[in-house]
Design a protein around this ligand. Structure first.
Ligand SMILES: *Cc1c(COP(=O)(O)O)cnc(C)c1O
Length: 396
């Protein structure tokens, strides 16, 4: 059996999405900006896809959704665009992010720090969530942008986005949220959350790789990252990825249609797996079930390096992760675990299991068996497990 439990890294393309994309490779392949039939015949599908995106996140007609190549691009665009608009060509010099943002946010901020920008990395509590009251204290009249994710890719924890949005609005500070792990898992309403910018990525909600988007509230300017042929209203140049856009639109529509399924069925399977893990002695799961997206578990298994566990699971056909896919090739501790304040032995034993609407009950039952056996076997040969002191949740 092959079991894919790494859906926070990427997801299978829904066959219905793929089906909708197919005609735009070898039949309707024209450049949609061209003034001939080959160009114009993709226009209805593009319009439909944009409608699906607008509806999916509750954008208003006057708002903008700009299609990009991925969420990493959307995130870099917001952060560097704001840098040009508000810092280089303005009087601001400060950005606030949480310390558990995706590397796309953290690395872009580190780059700007090298250019003299002040960046505040907001701390998180032991559940890995920012304490909203700390945000208010850090906002000054120099603050150009607050960027805080909607849901965390490692822990699955949902952040209090509506409260954060309200504080930013009250203080008159622009607010970007990395919505990548929220779209398709929980309801995402950019109006209710008062967000000015939101990044998202098709391949995290059963769409194709290489296409993402940036929501931009009506009336906001943002210097483009790509200058060129004035595509997307001049906001993002580059020939449109027609099959990608068509696929992302369909994936968004299906994601919204399946939100109840996520909340009920995916969550039930996640909880079944989680309950079984909790029965294994000396395991610590980060964050309460209720505050998490329905598909994610981040667990520390005492005495077992995350990589050793991955190896064992992989031998049995099960795909999981120790943390951010971008960092998982190196033997590094889980960065979010570290931010939470976990000691190194805990952070090195992190295992992330992320389900999707394609995960079956049989797959979860199989995973539970394999996981239990792996823990027994690996602990028996673990030099650290036998001598390690007792684990308490207070280690967090
Ligand atoms: C995957 C991910 C990204 C990056 O998305 P890409 O489209 O692969 O660039 C950004 N933020 C979060 C939270 C993610 O999980």
């Amino acid at each position: 059996m092959r079991v894919y439990l790494d859906n926070n890294a990427t997801t299978i393309v829904d066959p219905h999405v793929f089906e909708d994309m197919v005609p735009y490779f070898c039949q309707m392949y024209g450049n949609p900006n061209s003034l001939h039939q080959f160009g114009s015949e993709s226009h209805p599908a593009l319009r439909k896809a944009m409608d699906q995106l607008y509806t999916g996140i509750n954008a208003r007609d006057e708002d903008d959704i700009v299609v990009t190549s991925c969420a990493t691009e959307s995130i870099n665009w917001v952060i560097k665009g704001i840098y040009f608009d508000k810092i280089v060509n303005g009087d601001k010099n400060h950005i606030i992010v949480s310390e558990v943002e995706h590397p796309a946010v953290i690395s872009a901020c580190k780059f700007l720090e090298g250019l003299g920008v002040n960046v505040t990395y907001l701390p998180v509590n032991s559940d890995g969530v920012v304490e909203v009251h700390t945000l208010r204290d850090f906002i000054t009249d120099k603050t150009a942008l607050v960027s805080i994710m909607w849901a965390n890719n490692e822990t699955g924890m949902i952040f209090p986005i509506e409260e954060i949005g309200a504080i930013c609005k009250e203080k008159g500070v622009l607010f970007h949220t990395d919505g990548v792990q929220a779209v398709g898992k929980i309801p995402v309403d950019v109006q209710k959350a008062n967000v000015d910018f939101m990044s998202f990525s098709a391949h995290k909600f059963h769409g194709p790789k290489g296409v993402g988007g940036l929501y931009i509230r009506a009336g906001l300017t943002l210097s483009p990252l790509f200058h060129g042929g004035e595509h997307m209203g001049g906001r993002r140049s580059g020939t449109l990825n027609v099959p990608g856009i068509v696929g992302m639109g369909k994936a968004m529509e299906l994601a919204v249609e399946n939100l109840d399924f996520e909340k009920n069925n995916v969550m039930r399977l996640r909880n079944k797996l989680e309950d079984a893990i909790e029965l294994i002695p000396e395991t610590i799961i980060i964050g309460t079930k209720e505050q998490r997206v329905p598909n994610t578990i981040l667990v520390s298994v005492k005495g077992i390096e995350g990589e050793a566990m991955l190896w064992d699971l992989n031998k049995n056909g099960i795909a999981a992760s120790t943390g951010s896919a971008c960092a998982s090739e190196a033997l590094e501790s889980n960065p979010v675990m570290e931010a939470i304040g976990a000691e190194a032995d805990l952070a090195h034993t992190a295992l992330r299991l992320s389900l999707s609407r394609f995960t079956t009950e049989e797959e979860i039952d199989f995973t539970i068996e394999v996981l239990k056996n792996a823990v027994t076997r690996l602990r028996a040969i673990s030099s650290t497990y036998a001598y390690a002191p007792e684990w308490h949740v207070s280690k967090l």
